[in-house]
Ligand binder design. Structure first.
Ligand SMILES: C[S@@+](CC[C@H](N)C(=O)[O-])C[C@H]1O[C@@H](n2cnc3c(N)ncnc32)[C@H](O)[C@@H]1O
Length: 205
């Protein structure tokens, strides 16, 4: 059965995100993607980076069914593992050995604004525990800076998110920086992306 979901934004952002990933990802190893959603990014990036093993995940069963359906549709069954059930906030994460044995990088696209602040905290703490030294956590999405929105469209988006759930909303880059203080992880880049998004690149020290 075809259970593929189509998230329109993934068509617009997969190229710019992929272009940045190309400069950062290792040649080999496992990439763990959190909050993979429809799975369109996961399949596109597995195709673009064939030396890597792209492990998608999501807590939503419909999204995991979509990810697995995209994997089948793309003929990647022999390369890509099926989606893991993983809720970032439920710590400690339970990861299979094929991930823990060869994990190099984590990628998280469009999660932090659509989850409570505790989800950001959990992501950073688990990344510190799971990534090897020099491993990267790459986070894409809309952010604010120093308590200020960086564009009118982000400000409106933030209001609409908080109306849906008061705990949601754009995360502040300086707040994320403050969370990193006691953690063995440093910011090594914050890249401006199309449509007022950013990609934050954190490195396990
Ligand atoms: C806006 S969608 C983004 C999906 C995909 N990364 C993309 O960019 O198209 C947010 C995703 O986060 C997932 N999600 C929500 N809360 C989560 C959590 N606590 N841990 C992991 N994923 C979560 C949702 O199921 C959904 O698939």
């Amino acid at each position: 059965m075809d259970q593929r979901l189509f998230f329109p934004a993934t068509e617009r952002n997969r190229e710019p995100i992929g272009d940045l990933l190309e400069r950062m990802l290792p040649a080999r190893g496992v990439v763990l993607e959190l909050a993979s959603g429809s799975g369109e990014h996961a399949v596109a990036f597995q195709q673009r980076f064939p030396g890597l093993r792209w492990q998608a995940s999501d807590p939503n069963p419909d999204h995991r069914a979509s990810i697995n359906s995209w994997i089948r549709h793309a003929g990647l069954d022999h390369v890509m593992p099926h989606a893991l059930e993983l809720d970032v906030e439920q710590r400690p994460w339970s990861l299979p050995s094929h991930v823990t044995d060869d994990l190099k990088t984590m990628v998280c696209i469009n999660l932090l604004h659509i989850s409570p602040p505790t989800c950001t905290e959990a992501l950073l703490m688990e990344a510190c525990e799971r990534l090897p030294e020099d491993g990267l956590l790459i986070i894409y999405g809309p952010f604010c800076r120093n308590g200020r929105q960086t564009s009118a469209s982000n400000a409106a988006f933030d209001v609409s998110l908080r109306q849906r759930n008061p705990l949601w909303g754009l995360r502040d880059l300086q707040w994320i920086d403050s969370l990193l203080g006691p953690l063995p992880m440093d910011t090594i880049g914050c890249h401006e992306m199309p449509a007022n998004n950013n990609t934050l690149v954190l490195k396990r020290s």
